[in-house]
Design a protein around this ligand. Structure first.
Ligand code: XMP
Length: 318
């Protein structure tokens, strides 16, 4: 019978057998899959696992610093690469959702390739691919493989894509990944994190992306997510986040008229993200959250709550 402990034991042996004394590079995202894959590999090969955690400038507020600290606390050999400026520059003026995804995916590949080149004699690329990613040809939360083709079809694949692949989670499902993570001693809060899209806040800022818009949305998102945690609602929601809308609305402040941004909050229940229902969050919670956002986040004067289900309304607005 399958148990997390036996999986860890046999997988660690298999990794040792497979990669021996070779060096392995892995991209950490802050998500469950890449983290569990990293800890498994680290258990098998220790310092020969080189982890890279890229800040694309579109992460949640303080996420880069906090998650990097957490990884270091787990003893992982991890390098944090803050490439925010590089991503923002590439995104300048792009409004089309697929155009933004492509720019973010391609920039990630370039940054990762640069970093992988700095690791002398690296032989393997490790990935947190799980079974559903293997069976779906195009995985929603999977790696950048779809964008790699369009970007690198002229000059060939980036060098890191030519490495041999090691994917310790490719035969198991998400719930099993979480159990394996728990058996490896990974923090329950990390294992229970909501899914977060690779392009991050980039697809939650409708229209073009600027540093100022990222800052506004990070503040709004932090108030919403921290509120869910404080009120014990976080674990009953499958995914939650805020969208910055490309419209201004009129408000009043004292004797002045304001003309500022609208944000939409979205929280959904789901099992796999393919279908989703909006969550009936308590009015008191929504009221408190809206007040906090409007009082604390300069540039926002209106908050709305998304009550649409998928289908047809996708979880992300872009
Ligand atoms: P939608 O918006 O399609 O989202 O209902 C379903 C799930 O997929 C995530 N998502 C993405 N994840 N890259 C990702 O890694 C993407 O481009 C992307 N778009 C959507 C979304 O957050 C949800 O969990």
């Amino acid at each position: 019978t399958w148990t997390p402990d036996s999986f860890v034991e046999s997988t660690v042996d298999a990794i040792k057998e497979k990669v021996g004394n070779d060096k392995v590079v892995l991209g950490l995202s802050g998500g469950v899959d890449s983290t569990v894959a990293a800890v498994l590999l680290h258990k098998a090969i220790g310092k020969n696992l080189y982890c890279i955690f890229v800040n694309n400038g579109l992460l949640r507020k303080n996420e880069f610093k906090n998650v990097l600290n957490q990884y270091e606390g787990m003893g992982l050999n991890v390098k944090g690469v803050d490439a925010s400026e590089r991503f923002l520059k590439k995104l300048e003026g792009i409004t089309d959702p697929e155009g933004k995804r492509k720019a973010i995916g391609n920039t990630f590949i370039d940054v990762f390739d640069d970093e992988a080149h700095k690791i002398k004699d690296v032989k393997w690329l490790a990935q947190g691919t799980i079974y559903p990613d293997v069976i779906e040809s195009v995985s929603v939360n999977g790696g950048p493989s779809a964008t790699i083709k369009s970007h690198h079809n002229v000059g060939g694949l980036p060098d890191f894509m030519k490495l041999k692949i090691v994917e310790p989670l490719r035969m198991i499902f998400k719930d099993e990944v979480r159990r394996v993570g728990a058996s490896l001693g990974i923090d329950a809060a990390l294992l229970g994190r909501h899914p977060f899209p690779g392009p991050g806040l980039g697809i939650r800022i409708l229209g073009d992306i600027t540093a100022e818009k990222v800052r506004i949305l990070q503040e709004v998102d932090a108030i919403f997510i921290n509120g869910l945690k404080e009120d014990g609602l976080y674990d009953s929601v499958w995914q939650a986040g805020a969208m910055l809308l490309p419209v201004n609305s009129v408000g009043v402040m004292g004797d002045e008229r304001t003309y500022e941004k609208v944000v939409a909050l979205r929280a959904v229940e789901s099992t796999d993200g393919m279908t989703a229902d909006w969550v009936d969050l308590p009015y008191k919670f929504l009221q408190k959250t809206s007040n906090k956002i409007i009082n604390q986040v300069k540039g926002v004067n209106r908050v709305v709550y998304d009550i649409s289900s998928k289908p047809p309304a996708t979880i992300e607005w872009e």
